[in-house]
Design a protein around this ligand. Structure first.
Ligand SMILES: [Zn+2]
Ligand SMILES: [Zn+2]
Length: 335
């Protein structure tokens, strides 16, 4: 099969690879669409010691199942494989299972013509759902999970809250779209890349500004701050943008280290929420929201052939992409 292989730092190679390894309980999926994630970019930059080349990246995928009880069905993958047996899995928090594995990390990923996955990690989708939209299920679920955790502790309905989203990549944009879908109408979004700011504005879900040149319009007065970058500078920005009693949701994983103002967090009772991935329920709800177009028409997604994946990584690396998300499709499916 053809695959896009991460072969070295800042290098991905489109080449022939053996068919995916099928472990007990796995089935092969013929990939229809697979998206490039920020975490794939992190690996590409050589910053993820868990993703070692040569490796097929990619975990945001939709396709057609080739064998087993779902043979022939269009489905999406829950790329996070948890044990199903531990305390966390059994209490509905499979996302923090200590035994979890992810495809495109230790296991072969989905930026290929085929991918292998545990049958129990397949999720049903409407059979007429656009496969490119279906490939957005996983990042949407990440944003939805973060918003769901906020809703659980929010002191007022989200529709009454003023929100700041930091970062206009896919998770930031989807975060703003989910907040809007939940009735939130006052959303600002901080993004340094002008092309991305423009594509956020086109979705009419948030007012975008450049945090390098401008302060957040309502500095110190945000009920909710969603940090979709997760760097020291954005933690500093989150700490000062949030209002007393507000909530900071830390979603991004750019790098660890300091940034939070622990004194302000304590004195002003600010809640800091960590969010990691999603549960089965978040994925199912995301499929529904994407299918019903509750997150807009999704025309900010750019589709390219798998063979042009190297250029896509390079364009993302150089900030030349307005799209919040690039989805790659096997060449025979791109017209
Ligand atoms: Zn992802
Ligand atoms: Zn577990």
């Amino acid at each position: 099969m053809k695959a896009l292989v991460y072969t070295d730092t800042c290098e991905v190679t489109y080449r022939d690879e053996p068919p995916p390894i099928v472990r007990a309980g796995d089935v092969v999926m013929e990939v229809s669409a697979a998206a490039i994630c920020g975490s794939d970019m992190h690996a590409y930059h050589g910053h993820d010691e868990r993703r070692v080349p040569p490796l097929i990246l990619g975990h945001e995928v939709s396709g057609i199942v080739q064998a087993g009880k779902y043979a022939g069905q269009r489905m999406v993958i829950n790329p996070l494989m948890s044990c199903g047996l531990c305390h966390d899995c059994q209490s509905g928090r499979s996302n923090i299972c200590q035994q979890r594995e992810l495809i495109g990390m230790y296991l072969q990923g989905a930026l290929a013509e085929q991918v292998s996955i545990a049958e129990r990690n397949l999720l049903a989708i409407p059979q007429d759902m656009d496969p490119v939209h279906a490939a957005l299920t996983e990042p949407t679920a990440t944003a939805l999970h973060a918003v769901a955790l906020i809703e659980r502790i929010a002191y007022r309905p989200l529709s009454e809250m003023r929100c700041l989203v930091i970062g206009g990549g896919a998770i930031g944009l989807l975060g703003a779209l989910v907040l809007k879908a939940k009735g939130c109408s006052r959303i600002d979004l901080a993004e340094t890349n002008e092309l991305r700011r423009r594509s956020v504005e086109q979705q009419h879900c948030a007012d975008a500004f450049n945090p390098v040149t401008d302060k957040a319009p309502h500095e110190g007065d945000y009920d909710v701050v969603l940090d979709c970058v997760g760097a020291p500078a954005t933690r500093v920005a989150s700490s000062s943008a949030v209002r007393p009693g507000g909530i900071i949701s830390h979603v991004g994983l750019q790098n660890s280290g300091d940034g939070f103002d622990s004194r302000r967090i304590t004195l002003q009772e600010i809640t800091v929420l960590g969010n990691y991935c999603y549960t089965h329920a978040d994925l199912t709800a995301s499929i529904e929201m994407l299918y019903r177009q509750q997150l807009g028409n999704l025309d900010w997604v750019e589709v390219r052939p798998l063979s042009a994946g190297g250029q896509a990584f390079d364009d993302l690396h150089h900030g030349r992409v307005a799209a919040g998300k690039i989805v790659l499709q096997p060449d025979h499916l791109v017209h």
